[in-house]
Ligand binder design. Structure first.
Ligand code: NIG
Ligand code: FE
Length: 427
């Protein structure tokens, strides 16, 4: 007698369960190339968890349900895990985008009081209600693009009150939303104007006043480590204080000017070093022999019109744990689409599609310490997955500009359905 389950998802054109490796831990080097692809695949789900994956024939022989979802035309894989986002802001900054397109520089805009400080002003003015409405809209956008878990940073507050307001907004909306959200405190995102000439005093404020106020509201602490923002010494002070407050670490490192940010991340045992177009060879070696994940954000270097991109090939070959993320934010990367990031990673970072699949699922999950729960479709994990209207998984990256997501399933429930008849003739 077949065993009864809550729901069966059957006839996936291709199922990528990512069960070819161990259930936990990031995939590095050659193992990022290995992908098990099950044709006519199926998934059995009970209590929001994976009960089994296999071929439809195998699964329907062993399990039955009154609720059977047919995913015939679709490629199905674990839900995307976006481990670097800034979704708590109150208004957009399209003016700056057009200034940059006309030749203005990102840092010059920031130093003239635009950039992050512009978003800071609007978060200060926003009511809790408006801020939460914006966060809700952004969470909906992630699910619509197939992302089932995000890491979400504060950082457009820069006062104790508004950093708390931002982390509370991220948390309150997450409580009533299917998306899984891991919160990060980024009080050291920029130096507010009244601290311009006494930057160390702002570092003191972050450590002495903000950290005690936010520590129960986030998992991690991040710093925008840049010579012209928080230099190495200031970044290190903040991050060591965060460790003392029981927070884990993530770092904006080696993005605009090289600063040994990756080395600092490894020295402090950070979960991730993010951005990295200007990483040194020593930084790559340090990452390769550490547990720190290199989180690459090709959407940002693309959107800012930079020629320098993170050296993904070299990092993968050295054995670094590499993840990809959107960096969704109102200034330097306004997209929530992991499929678009995969295109950019293929074209600009020369990553293979197989590497990209691992870099948007198990590797970011491991960097967030959520790999026991998500990132692959191993038995017992949360049933978080996405169905894509693509002729095969190799069309990830290839097909770009549209949203290939037809269904996002969170904890076994279809939370987004967007079925359109597109149809492909595969090669
Ligand atoms: O990761 N580097 C700083 N933070 C964001 C940009 C934020 C903004 O421009 O609003 C980033 O790119
Ligand atoms: Fe960022």
């Amino acid at each position: 007698m077949p065993e009864s389950v809550d729901r069966l998802f059957v006839h996936c054109r291709e199922l990528l369960p990512l069960t070819e490796g161990p259930p936990t831990g990031s995939r590095r080097g050659e193992s990022m190339q290995r992908l098990d692809v099950v044709e006519d695949g199926a998934i059995a789900v009970r209590d929001g968890r994976i009960v089994a994956t296999g071929t439809t024939q195998d699964i329907q022989g062993r399990y039955e349900s009154r609720d059977v979802v047919d995913l015939s035309d679709y490629v199905v894989m674990p839900g995307f895990v976006d481990c670097h986002t800034h979704p708590v802001f109150a208004s957009t900054r399209e003016g700056e985008f057009h200034m940059r397109c006309a030749g203005a520089d990102y840092m010059a805009i920031a130093q003239a009081g635009g950039g992050i400080l512009r978003s800071v002003r609007s978060v200060h003015e926003a009511t809790d209600e408006h801020l939460r409405q914006m966060v809700r809209k952004h969470y909906d956008g992630f699910l619509a693009h197939g992302t089932t878990t995000i890491e979400a940073k504060s950082g457009y507050g820069l006062t104790t009150e508004t950093e708390v307001k931002s982390l509370d907004a991220l948390g309150a909306v997450a409580c009533e939303h299917p998306l899984t959200v891991s919160r990060t405190f980024l009080g050291a995102h920029e130096v507010p104007p009244d601290f311009r000439d006494r930057r160390d005093a702002y570092v003191d404020l972050v450590i002495e006043e903000m950290m005690p106020a936010v520590k129960g509201k986030c998992t991690s602490c991040d710093v925008f480590a840049e010579p012209k923002v928080f230099d190495r010494k200031q970044s290190e002070r903040i991050l060591r204080a965060a460790i003392d407050h029981g927070m884990r670490l993530r770092i904006h490192a080696d993005e605009i000017e090289p600063m040994g940010g990756a080395e600092l991340a490894v020295e402090l045992g950070a979960d991730s070093a993010d951005h990295l177009p200007r990483i040194s060879l020593a930084g790559q070696d340090a990452l390769a022999s550490s547990a720190t994940t290199a989180v690459l954000l090709p959407g940002t270097s693309f959107y800012l019109g930079k020629q320098a991109h993170a050296p993904a090939r070299s990092m993968i070959e050295k054995g670094c744990a590499v993840a990809l993320a959107t960096d969704f934010n109102p200034g330097s990367c306004y997209t929530q689409s992991i499929p678009l990031i995969i295109t950019l990673a293929c074209v600009l970072l020369h990553m293979s599609v197989e590497e990209c699949v691992h870099a948007v699922t198990i590797n970011p999950a491991a960097s967030l310490h959520l790999d026991e729960e998500i990132g692959t479709l191993h038995v017992g994990k949360r049933a978080d997955f996405v169905a894509l209207d693509l002729p095969s998984h190799r069309a990830l990256g290839y097909a770009f500009g549209g949203n290939p997501v037809v269904m996002t399933v969170k904890d076994g429930e279809p939370v987004v359905t967007n079925v359109t008849e597109r149809g492909y003739d595969t090669e």
